[in-house]
Design a protein around this ligand. Structure first.
Ligand code: AMP
Length: 540
């Protein structure tokens, strides 16, 4: 017999409608390109997002169309999130840090008809526009009319000013209602080899993911939280925060393109931010700045980290500054959050050192998703914290294929292979040890590059580190460590090697330590191990 409960579609527009009705006064604060701070509320933002739907319609956008954004975190980008998905089109967020040729490829592949762009990325658009003449019909610059600059576009491609379009637009009284399984967002991954691949989110998956992220053992978002997402809205929907924050009426503080430590700290203190979310590279720069300047956070109390392993030393540094840092794990294909390192009765220890040891784990599985670690025999590995295997996952917000790649599709209940390698402990915490392609195997023994990197950045002279496999006649591969010095320090390679003694098995101690001025980073801040292997450990 069927139940007698109401059924409403899980639509992204319902989030902003709720925020406008019940948290109408809650703030969205944005820093513009020129450094100015502007303020709006969820009530005002919802009104503008509805108007923006009529702008989109006038630009010829219809249900199911892809609409691109090339923009940093701001109230305008948030309006676009809601208006594009809200009208049934697909919000395609593009990472401006990608190579221009990759951006041109993904705009063509997605067939984006309209592109909304921050003024600071106008030169990038000018460079790729000639290659997009057959796809793109309009470019809208997210600016006031007085800030519009000339931008050369091919014939047939219109240039518009965002605020002018909005000022002239009709009011749109209602948000349309449609099937919750409709596609809402598109994000191309850059992490893999080959051409970027598109991950298509649905209204349902985005909503359920955001609800899971809000939970107390995950980001713990509340109406009183003031959250600063450093993670960009073009990287896996800023980990769901643009949906999660309005759901609970948390204030969103948007840093725009000002992501250097001084600007971030100023915005955090000035806007009474208590939670911030981003990748370890950003936190490393921030903590280094705090150390060098002797500054203290006025209001920041919590940091959520993801995208790459969170080193123990960073958690310790934040702790000294009165901030609790914890990590989550996921990927573009998983919306992204699948695990989060929240405490359990068995791990909620008061022993500071034990807590720091535990903090390097990627965390335990959120309700709504599931993870398994699979050994070479195809079965799940024992939960002993030691036996390594391939990590796969499934759930309400895990992709089952890539956009326009039908051969990539798997069944609804199949496990998605993440390409990550890890171990599961007796309490259900996942610890990643490597990416499958980054593994180091020496004389039949696996060596975890993440573990070596975590130890290396604990060394007082080291700011950043990457461990890669170097081909070796006798052992097959040996670990090679590349370190970047802390400002004003000169790491001695032998001293760094000695630092590993007693911390890892002898066979895992890197044979060579190379000091480099910097490490190559990809468009989402990850260290490009492939570049390092080419430069330092070439294979014939
Ligand atoms: P992306 O799709 O660009 O978000 O990259 C996803 C990949 O980043 C994952 O498959 C992991 O290899 C890595 N990653 C994400 N979060 C973490 C984490 N907390 N610790 C270690 N690696 C991570």
């Amino acid at each position: 017999m069927l139940g007698l409960m109401q059924r409403h579609e899980l639509l992204i527009s319902s989030i902003i409608q709720h925020a406008a009705r019940h948290h109408g006064e809650a703030e969205v604060v944005s820093r513009r390109d020129d450094g100015r701070i502007v303020r709006t509320t969820y009530a005002a933002l919802e009104r503008r997002a509805r108007k923006l739907m009529s702008v989109l319609r006038d630009l010829g956008v219809v249900f199911g169309d892809r609409v691109a954004t090339l923009a940093m975190n701001s109230d305008r980008h948030l309006e676009l999130y809601y208006a594009i998905s809200g009208m049934g089109a697909i919000c395609h967020t593009i990472n401006p840090r990608l190579a221009p040729a990759d951006i041109a490829f993904i705009v063509s592949h997605a067939e984006d008809g309209v592109l909304f762009v921050d003024a600071c990325f106008a030169p990038l658009v000018a460079a790729i526009a000639p290659d997009l003449a057959s796809v793109l019909r309009a470019v809208v610059v997210l600016a006031e009319p007085e800030d519009m600059k000339p931008l050369a576009l091919p014939p047939g491609m219109a240039l518009h000013c965002y605020e002018t379009l909005l000022a002239d637009a009709r009011d749109e009284p209602d948000w349309p209602v449609f099937d919750e399984n409709t596609a809402s967002g598109l994000c191309y991954t850059s992490g893999t080899t080959g051409k970027p691949k598109g991950v298509l989110y649905s209204h349902r998956s985005s909503l359920l993911h955001a609800m899971a992220v809000i939970m107390p053992d995950v980001v713990n978002l509340r109406a009183t939280t003031r959250v600063l997402p450093v993670v960009p809205m073009f990287h896996v929907n800023a980990w769901g925060l643009p949906y999660a924050a309005p759901m609970v009426g948390a204030a969103l503080i948007m840093p725009g393109r000002h992501l250097d430590p001084v600007s971030l700290l100023g915005l955090m203190d000035g806007e009474r931010v208590d939670l911030s979310v981003g990748v370890p590279t950003v936190w490393l720069a921030l903590v280094t700045h705090m150390r060098q300047s002797g500054a203290r956070f006025e209001t920041l109390r919590r940091v959520m980290s993801g995208g790459a392993a969170l080193p123990r030393v960073l958690v310790a540094a934040f702790s000294e500054l009165g901030v609790e840092a914890a990590q989550g794990w996921g990927m573009t294909e998983t919306s992204p959050v699948v695990t989060y390192n929240g405490p359990k009765p068995a791990t909620a220890t008061v022993d500071h050192e034990a807590r720091l040891d535990h903090s390097v784990k990627q965390g335990r599985v959120l309700f709504g998703a599931d993870v398994r670690v699979v050994g070479p025999d195809g079965g799940e590995t024992p939960r002993d914290g030691k036996t390594q295997g391939d990590v796969s996952c499934r759930g309400h917000w895990i992709a089952r294929g890539y956009f326009r790649l039908p051969e990539s599709e798997i069944a609804d209940d199949a496990w998605f292979p993440t390409g990550d390698v890890g171990v599961m402990d007796e309490n259900g915490y996942l610890l990643l040890t490597d990416r499958a392609k980054d593994l180091i195997k020496s004389g039949g023994e696996w060596i975890s590059s993440i573990e070596l990197e975590n130890i290396a950045v604990d060394h007082p002279d080291v700011a950043e580190a990457a461990a890669i496999a170097s081909p070796d006649e006798k052992w097959g591969e040996r670990p090679l460590l590349i370190v970047v010095p802390r400002a004003g320090h000169e790491p001695d390679p032998e001293d760094v090697r000695a630092f590993f003694s007693g911390k890892v098995a002898n066979f895992a101690i890197p044979d060579r330590v190379i000091v480099a001025e910097e490490l190559p980073h990809g468009a989402t801040g990850k260290i490009l191990k492939s570049e390092l292997r080419k430069a330092y450990a070439p294979r014939d």
